[in-house]
Design a protein around this ligand. Structure first.
Ligand code: T1G
Length: 698
C-alpha cells in the first residue's frame, strides 16, 4: 500500500515505494491523499514527512498512464489538497525529484534534500508542462528567473542551487530521514507556520513584458520548433500577473493543450524509444553482464582521442596505444587542449581536468593492453589495416576481452574472422566529435553474443551515450539512411533546386543544418575518395559531376573556404556560389535533365520519404531490432527533430504509411524505380493495415 504511515512521536512518515523511480501512479496519488487524511485526523501527529524508498524520490507522473485520462484523483487535485491540509508537511527528497515529484514536494510546507541530489521540471522534454501547479508554485517560492530556466530547459538542477533560489529549505549530507525527523521536530517546537505557496505573491514590477520578451529571445535558438516552452512561459506570466486561483486555470488550459499537441506524443515516443533501444531481444533483463573497469583505445587521432575521453569523463581508466611516441604525445596533447577549453568555459574545474588526464595513459606496446576489459580500435578506415590490429589484439589480450571496431562502414563479420572467440567482437560506431555526439551505433556481428551486446549497451549509458543496435550492412543504420536522404537532395539540385533553397527547407523542417551545408562541413573530399574506389555503376555519376568538379578545383568545403557554397574568411555562413550554379547547369545540360521550379513540399517528400523507405528496408532486413531504434539513431546521430519523433514515427503518424507508399510509387513512375523501389515492409504494412510498432526483429 502506498503512503503507509510510520509514527515517530509527533512526527509521522508517509512511505512510498513504487520501483523503479517512484513514478506517481494512481496508487501513489491515492496514497498521498490517504496519508494526509490519516495525519489530519490523528491528534498525536503534528507534522507529516513525505518520504520514498528506493533510488529516488518521486521522479514524476507515471508516463505510462499518458494517453488515457488519469484515474482520479489527478495530481493537480492531490497537490491542492495537500497544500491546503492543516497538517505541517515536510518533503524528504533525494535522487532525481522531477516533474510531479517536485510538484508534490512544493505542495509541502518545507523541503529537506539529500546533498548532491537533483530537482527539476523536465516535462518540456515530453512536450508537456508542469501541470500540477509547478508553473505556479516554483516562481512564487523561488523566483521567476529560476523557474523559467528550470521549466523551459527541462534540465535538472542540484538541490544546492534550488536551495539558493528558495525552493529547498535544508540540504543534508547525513541520513536524510533522521535529519528530516529532526527538522520536523524543530519546526513543531518553534510552532513554525504552514507555508502554502499559493498564498505567496510575486513582485510583478520586476517582471514586465520586456523581461519576458528578453527571456523568449534568449532561448529561441535552443527551443526552435518546440511548442511546450512557450506554453510554460505563458503560465509563468500568468503567475506574475494574476492571483493563484486565476493563474492556475491558465496552467490547466496550457497543460491540456500540450497533451493534445502531436509533439507530446512524438517526444514521449522518443523517451521510451531510447530506453527500449537498451533491450536485447531474447536476453533476460537480469542476465549477467561483464564489468568494464578498464578500456584500451587503439589510435590517438581525432576519433581515438574523443572516444578515450568518454571513459575518462566517467572515471574509467583508458590506455591509448599509438604506433610511436610522437603520435601518442600529439594525441594526448589534443585531449588536454579539449579539456582545458572546457575548463575555460567554466564547465570543468582544473582539478577535474587533472583527474581525467590521470586516467589516460599512453603506450606503444600491445602487451600493456593485456588487462583491458574492452579494446576499441579507431585506426585508419582500411580493412587490411584493421585486420592487422585485431590479429595482434587477438594474440595479446585476454580471451574474454571484448574487441570493438569504430569503423563507420566496414564489415564487422569480416573483421571478426581474424579474431579468436569472435563472439566477443562487435562494432562501436561513435559519431564525430566522439566525446560530444550522444549516439553510439553498436553493430551486432553474426557471432556477437547477446551478453556482450547488452554489456556494451549498458556501457553506452554509463558514458552518457544513447546506444542502438545495428546489423552488419553498408552504412549500418544511420549512414545508410543518410545516403538515401542525400541522394534525393542531390537529384533535386540537378533538377533545379538551388542549394540554399533546399537547405533552408530542410532547416525549417527542423534539421540542424541542410544536407548540402553538412557536406561542406564534413568535406567534399570524403565522398570523392570513396567514389575513386568504385566503378561508375556503383554511384550516381550525374549527381557526382558537381562534387567531382568542385574537389578537382580544390573547393573541398568549409576547410578550404569554399565548396558547394562560398565562405567569407573566418565566417562559416554558407553563401550561394556562382561556380556551383554554373556546374549544376552544365550537369543538367550534359545529362539532359530538365530544370524546373521545385516546391518545398517536393523537397520534403523526396528527401524524407527516401530516408524513410531506406529505414523500412533496414527494418525489413533485420538490420535494426525495431523502428524506434531507427528513430533513436537518426535523432541522436543526425539531428532529426525529436519533437517529430524520428523519421519512422513522423512518417507513420504525421504523414501516413499509405500516403507515403502512394507517393513513392508516383516517384518510381517519374524517376525510375532505381531510387524509388518501395520497401516490401512498407507494402506489407499498408496491405495489412499494420503499424511499425508491430515489427520486432530478434
Ligand atoms: N513514468 C514511468 N516510467 C518511468 C518514468 C516515469 N516518469 N521515468 C522513468 N521510468 C522508467 C523508464 O521507462 C525505465 O523503464 C525505468 O523507469 C528506468 O528509467 C504533472 C505530467 C528518473 C532520471 O520526465 O528522466 O510529472 O526501461 O532508464 O537512467 O507535471 O528515468 O527499465 O522498463 O531512465 O536512472 C516528469 C523521466 C513526468 C522523468 C532515471 N518526469 N524519467 O534515469 O533510468 S511528467 C520525467 C527520467 C509529469 C506533472 C507531469 C529518468 C530518471 P524500463 P531510466 P535512469
Amino acid at each position: 500500500m502506498q503512503g503507509s504511515i510510520e509514527k515517530r512521536g509527533a512526527v509521522a512518515i508517509a512511505w512510498f515505494d513504487n520501483p523503479p523511480v517512484n513514478a506517481i501512479s494512481h496508487e501513489v496519488r491515492q496514497g498521498l491523499m490517504d496519508a494526509i487524511n490519516v495525519a489530519v485526523n490523528d491528534d498525536e501527529i503534528k507534522a507529516l514527512i513525505i518520504a520514498c524508498r528506493g533510488r529516488t524520490f518521486m521522479a514524476g507522473a507515471d508516463i505510462t498512464e499518458f494517453g488515457s485520462s488519469p484515474k482520479p484523483p489527478g495530481l493537480p487535485e492531490v497537490v491542492m489538497a495537500m497544500s491546503e491540509s492543516p497538517i505541517l508537511k515536510v518533503a524528504a527528497i533525494f535522487g532525481t525529484t522531477l516533474g510531479g515529484g517536485f510538484e508534490t514536494a512544493l505542495a509541502c510546507d518545507y523541503r529537506i534534500a539529500q546533498a548532491g541530489s537533483k530537482v527539476g521540471l523536465p516535462e518540456v522534454k515530453l512536450g508537456i508542462l508542469a501541470g500540477a501547479h509547478g508553473t505556479q508554485r516554483l516562481p512564487r517560492v523561488a523566483n521567476v528567473d529560476f523557474a523559467l530556466k528550470v521549466m523551459t530547459s527541462g534540465e535538472p538542477v542540484l538541490v544546492e542551487a534550488a536551495q539558493e533560489a528558495g525552493a529547498v529549505d535544508r540540504v543534508t549530507a547525513g541520513d536524510l530521514i533522521e535529519d528530516a525527523v529532526n527538522y520536523a521536530e524543530e519546526l513543531i517546537a518553534a510552532a513554525a507556520p504552514r507555508r502554502p505557496i499559493q498564498d505567496m505573491t510575486i513582485d510583478k514590477a520586476k517582471y514586465d513584458e520586456e523581461y519576458f520578451a528578453r527571456f523568449r529571445e534568449s532561448i529561441a535558438r535552443k527551443t526552435r520548433g518546440l511548442n511546450a516552452p512557450e506554453r510554460s512561459i505563458r503560465c509563468v506570466e500568468a503567475a506574475v500577473n494574476l492571483p493563484f486561483a486565476e493563474s492556475v486555470l491558465v496552467e490547466r488550459e496550457m497543460s491540456l493543450e500540450s497533451h493534445r499537441d502531436p509533439q507530446a506524443k512524438a517526444l514521449q515516443h522518443v523517451f521510451f524509444a531510447e530506453r527500449q533501444a537498451n533491450k536485447v531481444p531474447g536476453l533476460a533483463r537480469d542476465a549477467a553482464l561483464r564489468s568494464i573497469d578498464s578500456v584500451a583505445v587503439i589510435g590517438a587521432g581525432t576519433m581515438g582521442g574523443g572516444i578515450a575521453m568518454n571513459f575518462a569523463n566517467v572515471g574509467i581508466p583508458v590506455k591509448i596505444l599509438e604506433m610511436n611516441d610522437e603520435a601518442l604525445e600529439k594525441g594526448l596533447g589534443v585531449i588536454k587542449k579539449n579539456y582545458d577549453a572546457t575548463a575555460r568555459k567554466g564547465r570543468l574545474s582544473e582539478a577535474e581536468v587533472e583527474k581525467r588526464m590521470a586516467l589516460l595513459t599512453g603506450t606503444t606496446d600491445y602487451s600493456e593492453l593485456a588487462d583491458a576489459d574492452l579494446v576499441i580500435e579507431a585506426v585508419f578506415e582500411n580493412m587490411d589495416v584493421k585486420k592487422e590490429v585485431f590479429k595482434t589484439l587477438s594474440n595479446t589480450v585476454r580471451p574474454e576481452t571484448i574487441l570493438a571496431s569504430n569503423t563507420s562502414y566496414l564489415n564487422i563479420d569480416e573483421l571478426a574472422s581474424v579474431v579468436e572467440k569472435p563472439e566477443r567482437m562487435l562494432g562501436m560506431h561513435f559519431f564525430s566529435p566522439a566525446n560530444v555526439m550522444r549516439l553510439l551505433e553498436i553493430v551486432r556481428a553474426e557471432k556477437t553474443s547477446p551478453d556482450v551486446l547488452a554489456t556494451i549497451l549498458r556501457l553506452a549509458k554509463a558514458i552518457n551515450k544513447v546506444g542502438a543496435v545495428a546489423g552488419v550492412c553498408h552504412g549500418f543504420i544511420g549512414n545508410r539512411m543518410l545516403s538515401g536522404y542525400a541522394s534525393q537532395a542531390n537529384r533535386l539540385l540537378l533538377e533545379g533546386a538551388a542549394p540554399h533553397q533546399l537547405d533552408q527547407v530542410l532547416y525549417d523542417f527542423g534539421m540542424p543544418m541542410g544536407v548540402i551545408a553538412m557536406a561542406d562541413l564534413a568535406g567534399l573530399d570524403i565522398g570523392y575518395r570513396m567514389r575513386q574506389a568504385l566503378d561508375e555503376t556503383q554511384y550516381d555519376v550525374e549527381s557526382a559531376y558537381l562534387y567531382d568538379n568542385l574537389v578537382e578545383m580544390g573547393r573541398l568545403g568549409q576547410k578550404t573556404g569554399a565548396g558547394v557554397y562560398d565562405y567569407d574568411p573566418g565566417d562559416r555562413t554558407p553563401k550561394p556560389s556562382s561556380i556551383t550554379k554554373k556546374l549544376l547547369a552544365e550537369a543538367a545540360e550534359k545529362f539532359n535533365i530538365k530544370q524546373r521550379e521545385i516546391s518545398e513540399e517536393e523537397i520534403i517528400e523526396r528527401c524524407f520519404f527516401s530516408l524513410f523507405n531506406v529505414g523500412c528496408n533496414i527494418l525489413h532486413e533485420g538490420m535494426a531490432y525495431r523502428a524506434s531504434d531507427i528513430d533513436t539513431v537518426y535523432i541522436n546521430g543526425y539531428g532529426f527533430p525529436a519533437w517529430r519523433g524520428g523519421p519512422m514515427h513522423w512518417a507513420e503518424h504525421a504523414v501516413g504509411l499509405e500516403k507515403i507508399l502512394d507517393r513513392i510509387r508516383e516517384f518510381a513512375d517519374i524517376y525510375g524505380d532505381k531510387y524509388w523501389q518501395p520497401s516490401p515492409l512498407l507494402e506489407q504494412l499498408v496491405a495489412d493495415g499494420g503499424s511499425l510498432r508491430d515489427i520486432q526483429n530478434s
